[in-house]
Ligand binder design. Structure first.
Ligand code: FAD
Ligand code: EPU
Length: 285
């Protein structure tokens, strides 16, 4: 492991991004783990990008030359959450923990996000969701670090839609204010049961979730399945047998393998008139 440098409010290391992504591919980058606004100011002095839970990223085998900013522990305040109906949460707060805490507190609004392995900042940036609900259901306001300063933006300024949030260029979400709907732990747990059931057909192997957005009125997974592409492989990257929109890393897949498979799937689908748009964010290609 290369050396660790300490900057004001930031910890700097060179790491393989494979270690910070759920797909487990991707080369090196200088990762700045920041704990406060001073750290953000220093980290953003050179070209940068932001990583959350790394669960929607395909990073090239060469890595990226930009600094990669990761919000540290001070931006994770799930433990301090006492079940208030409305609260600010740090952007490094793991979504699964928050979903669980809200359920225990009998608060509804996040249960549709059960099983999304994001942190809050990444879930806001993607407006993550399922057909049972999305981030926009609870999001009231965000705090962002942009152009060297912290700023607040109301959720309705973000044009939140299916897998879309219009953040200002270069904005880093640092905190989000969520508002829940009072319910009961039992009712929220019952709703979570349905979400969980809908996930049972999804694979458990390393992936970055669905590779493609659903085209209006259809499912990319269904289209890929109908085209007979399940099990298609490039190296150790494979279209999942359980769900056509999941591309798996069977162990030793490279980013080149994954990208080649994405291209092959897309090409096959153009033959049946479908033009699939990637949901993943591609870094370093
Ligand atoms: P990352 O993958 O790290 O980043 C995604 C994008 O957000 C990048 O462009 C990044 O720069 C940006 N970003 C991250 N943090 C910040 C920040 N603080 N400020 C500004 N920009 C930021 N998604 C769904 O919507 N629904 C699902 O049901 C779902 N199921 C999944 C299941 C599995 C098993 C997996 C692996 C993934 C799944 N996903 C799903 C995809 C993924 O979890 C979401 O896209 C999620 O929102 C990504 O969040 P993240 O924190 O991992 O962000
Ligand atoms: N289907 C098939 N074959 C497949 C996959 C799906 O025929 O291989 C059919 C199913 O039988 C069902 C329909 O397609 O009739 C829809 O499938 P599913 O319920 O699995 O939903 P999806 O549209 O494929 C979406 C999200 C998921 C989210 C689930 C659950 C997108 C791209 N995908 O999948 O999100 O978890 O709904 O709500 O919107 C993600 O974004 O990363 C993700 C995993």
């Amino acid at each position: 492991m290369p050396g660790v440098d300490q900057a004001a409010g930031a910890r700097v290391r060179t790491v393989r991004l494979a270690d910070l992504t759920t797909l487990k591919v991707g080369g090196p980058a200088e990762v700045w783990e920041v704990e406060d606004a001073a750290g953000l100011a220093e980290a953003t002095a050179e070209p940068y990008r932001v990583i959350g839970g790394g669960s929607n990223l395909l990073v090239s085998d060469a890595g990226v030359t930009d600094r990669v900013i990761r919000l540290g522990r001070s931006y994770n305040n799930v433990r301090g959450y006492a079940g208030e109906r409305e609260a600010w949460f740090g952007a490094a707060t793991p979504l699964p923990g928050l979903v669980r805490r809200a359920q225990k507190a009998g608060l509804s609004g996040l249960e549709g996000l059960l099983g999304v392995p994001a942190v809050l900042g990444g879930a806001v940036a993607m407006n993550a969701g399922t057909r049972f609900g999305e981030m926009s259901d609870t999001l009231q306001e965000v705090e962002v670090f942009v152009d060297g300063a912290l700023e607040r933006l109301p959720a309705d300024a973000l044009d939140l839609r299916y897998r879309h949030a219009a953040l200002p260029d270069g904005a880093i979400v640092t905190r989000a204010r969520l508002r829940f709907t009072p319910s009961s732990p039992e009712a929220v747990a019952a709703a979570m049961h349905d979400v969980d059931a809908a996930r049972q057909g999804q694979p458990k192997v390393k992936s970055a979730g669905c590779a493609f957005k659903n085209p209006p009125g259809d499912s990319a997974g269904r289209l890929i399945d109908a085209a007979g592409l399940k099990g298609m492989r490039r190296g150790d990257a494979m279209v999942a047998l359980e769900h056509g929109n999941f591309i798996l890393n069977l162990g030793a897949a490279t980013a080149a393998d994954v990208l080649a498979l994405v291209a092959a799937v897309r090409e096959e689908l153009t033959k049946v008139g479908a033009d699939l748009e990637l949901e993943w964010r591609l870094w370093g290609f």
